[in-house]
Design a binder for this molecule. Structure first.
Ligand code: 5GP
Length: 217
């Protein structure tokens, strides 16, 4: 049985730009081969080697707002002056299919996903090891102007301050160790009681023992 076939989760990986969250998601997806990566919609311009439909769905403002107004977005936010959103179709059908869905979205979006999906969502925060490394990573991309780096740095620290709203955290000191930590957290979360109850445990207790469990824990 594949690891994720029971108790599929929307695993939301957030943290400051430059924290290494995108790399973390790539490595986690190798460990869960059936999992799906949620491709966000955005109004920002395509960067570098990005491909439409692979990295993002690049939409005009008009198309983005039409999708949002039609109820097609699970959450959306304005980040760095551009719209970003998670299409419902990138998450819900895959969870129903028993696949983990990975989301690489900002902190605001993560909290909205939690509101929308409850126990089906798992919010994981990625912390860079220190300030100098964070700044180095933001510069290391080399694609952005100085003013943009400074803006991202301010936003990064503001995002970092919202860590307490998350369910779990990993510190990116060393990639393999961070991946192992994240895997352990995901597996522990899948065994969490509330997730188990939602995932058929309540029905199991009713059918096997004739006991109806209360909704509140
Ligand atoms: P970038 O433009 O560097 O790819 O992303 C900028 C920020 O937008 C990042 O913090 C990224 O996580 C966030 N982001 C990407 N997709 C989404 C989304 O669908 N919803 C939200 N709320 N944020 C997103």
């Amino acid at each position: 049985m594949e690891a994720e076939s029971a108790g599929a989760l929307a695993i939301v990986v957030s943290g400051p730009s430059g924290s290494g969250k995108t790399t973390l998601v790539k490595h986690l997806m190798l460990r869960y081969p059936r999992s799906h990566f949620s491709i966000s919609a955005t109004t920002r311009a395509l960067r570098g080697e990005e491909i439409d439909g692979v990295d993002y769905r690049f939409l005009s403002r008009e198309d983005f707002l039409a999708l949002r107004d039609a109820g097609g977005l699970l959450e959306w936010a304005e980040v760095h002056g551009q719209f970003y959103g998670t299409p419902r179709s990138e998450v819900v059908p895959h969870l129903q299919d028993g696949r983990h869905v990975f989301l690489d979205i900002d902190v605001q979006g993560a909290l909205s996903v939690k509101e929308a999906l409850g126990e089906r969502a798992f919010l994981l925060f990625v912390l860079p090891p220190d300030l100098a490394t964070l700044e180095g990573r933001l510069r290391g991309r080399g694609t952005d102007a100085e003013a943009i780096v400074a803006l991202r740095m301010r936003n990064a620290l503001a995002e970092l301050a919202r860590l307490p709203g998350f369910e779990a955290v990993v510190v990116n000191r060393d990639l393999p160790a961070m991946v192992d930590d994240a895997l352990a957290l995901i597996e522990a979360r899948r065994r969490n009681l509330a997730a188990w109850l939602e995932d058929g445990g309540r029905d199991f207790v009713r059918e096997a023992f004739g006991v109806e469990l209360a909704q509140d824990r």
